[in-house]
Write a protein that binds this ligand. Structure first.
Ligand SMILES: Cc1cc2nc3c(=O)[nH]c(=O)nc-3n(C[C@H](O)[C@H](O)[C@H](O)COP(=O)(O)OP(=O)(O)OC[C@H]3O[C@@H](n4cnc5c(N)ncnc54)[C@H](O)[C@@H]3O)c2cc1C
Length: 409
């Protein structure tokens, strides 16, 4: 046994969609990359539970943080077709990108009023949306209940099958030479002189040396020790229960992603559907509940009565990695050599291609400010800055102030 294991350019902690996509992109730029995953890939992660909506327009929210998230989402949505094609070409596996758009629907007068407001908001931002009278909505999706009051079509909000993406990313990583280590839980980041990251320490005490460490451990990211308290990103789990259904008669019930107050129904195109999801602030409480399932089915049945004929294939629970402002933390933190790719909340599948691009960029061109600007405008870069949560009170007083946040190495 070697006393000095080889040093990777990059260690990525976490083998969810964010960690694997970042690892793959970094590897394609010529870096040596090791992914450390505490379980098996896909065994316990939000990415394998997610519905796979690529829905920046449907997700658009009021307020500053909402605007920035929308900008990030639109950028990543534009990257998805090429990302999917590249992944499919590299691995020969399909990732289930379906470009059929999304339909938001209202069930009663109150919901219709709210949908009108949402329509005006999206139009004011220049987003592609179309108002649909109930008859027009039912023409597009005949399985909709006659009681539907109003529809809003977002033709550019698509979907992908996250499980297929995860499997393809795994394969692409292996083919490109990323080292994947499963059952390798990381206990802490190791920091040496400088201060600068020197690698990570696993739960069994062994070291994995690296020049850079990317924290991509989803909702568990905050559990990893070794990051100075003032420079941590406060990621917390937001629980979601989600159902997988199958139509024994095959596809055809629904073509578009359907969104409504309280949930969504995502068709996979082969007779399978994903019905989600609850949003619960319960920490890592892992149990599915009768109440959660009841609410999901109750709401969906009002809109698509045919859903009750579907077979129930799976009920799962996932944990969205969420930050206080619901924006992700992407890029360089402190100490030097530490990067964050975490906190993607409800949009980690959507934001995976953009995140991977930004992380690969930060790893290979960290000092060329003009390069970084080319990939994301300063305002958006600031919105994702892992150091935006840094507490000034916690900063070490002996150190001189560093260069501007977000552009230092
Ligand atoms: C019910 C539900 C529905 C969703 N639907 C959508 C959707 O439609 N569209 C969308 O864009 N997003 C959706 N999301 C959000 C999306 O799933 C997440 O934002 C995304 O999967 C986060 O990816 P990740 O790689 O950061 O985390 P994860 O996929 O959770 O992966 C983190 C990985 O890190 C590993 N890990 C943790 N701790 C350690 C450690 N100490 N050492 C080593 N490895 C570790 C874990 O085992 C895990 O494999 C949904 C989420 C949920 C829960």
């Amino acid at each position: 046994v070697s006393a000095n294991p080889p040093t990777s350019d990059v260690v990525v902690v976490g083998g969810g969609i964010i960690g694997l996509a970042s690892a793959w992109r970094a590897r394609l730029r010529g870096l040596s990359v090791t992914v450390l995953e505490r379980r098996a890939i896909g065994e316990e992660c939000a990415s394998a539970v997610a519905a796979g909506m690529l829905a920046p327009v449907a997700e658009a929210e009021f307020g500053d943080a909402g605007r920035r998230l929308l900008e990030l989402g639109l950028r990543s949505a534009r990257l998805w077709p090429d990302f999917a094609a590249e992944l499919e070409q590299a691995t020969g596996a399909e990732v289930g990108l379906r470009r059929n758009g999304t339909l938001l629907v209202a069930r009663d007068a109150d919901e219709a009023r709210e949908l009108e407001r949402q329509l005006r908001f999206r139009q004011s931002l220049g987003l592609q949306v179309r108002r649909l009278a109930p008859s027009a909505a039912r023409e597009l999706e005949p399985a909709l209940a006659p009681t539907v009051r109003l529809g809003l079509e977002a033709p550019e909000d698509h979907s992908v099958d996250p499980r297929r993406v995860l499997a393809a990313l795994r394969h692409a990583c292996e083919l490109s030479g990323v080292r994947l280590r499963e059952r390798a839980p990381v206990a802490r980041v190791e920091v040496g002189a400088g201060p600068r990251v020197t690698g990570v320490v696993l739960a069994d005490g062994s070291r994995v040396p690296a020049a850079h460490v990317v924290l991509a451990a989803g909702a568990w990211t905050a559990e990893i020790d070794g990051v100075p308290a003032h420079a941590r990103v406060p990621v917390r789990p937001v629980k979601g229960q989600i159902l997988r259904l199958r139509d024994p008669d095959g596809p055809g019930l629904l073509r578009r992603v359907l969104r409504f107050e309280g949930g969504y129904l995502v068709p996979r195109g082969d007779g399978r559907y994903v019905l989600g999801a609850t949003v619960e602030e319960r920490g890592f409480e892992p149990h599915a509940t009768a109440g959660g399932v009841y609410e999901l089915l109750r709401d969906a049945r009002e809109l698509i009565p045919g859903i009750l004929e579907l077979q129930l294939e799976e009920l799962s629970v996932g944990f969205r990695p969420s930050t206080p402002d619901n924006l992700p933390a992407i890029g360089r933190g402190t100490p030097s050599g530490l990067l964050w790719a975490a906190g993607h909340h409800r949009n980690g599948i959507l934001l995976a291609p953009l995140t991977a691009q930004l992380i690969a960029h930060a790893l290979t061109a960290p000092d060329r400010i003009e390069d970084r600007r080319a990939s994301l405008p300063a305002e958006l870069e600031g919105a994702c800055d892992p150091l935006r949560f840094a507490t000034a009170g916690g900063l070490p007083t002996a150190d001189p102030p560093g260069p501007p946040v977000g552009v230092h190495s």
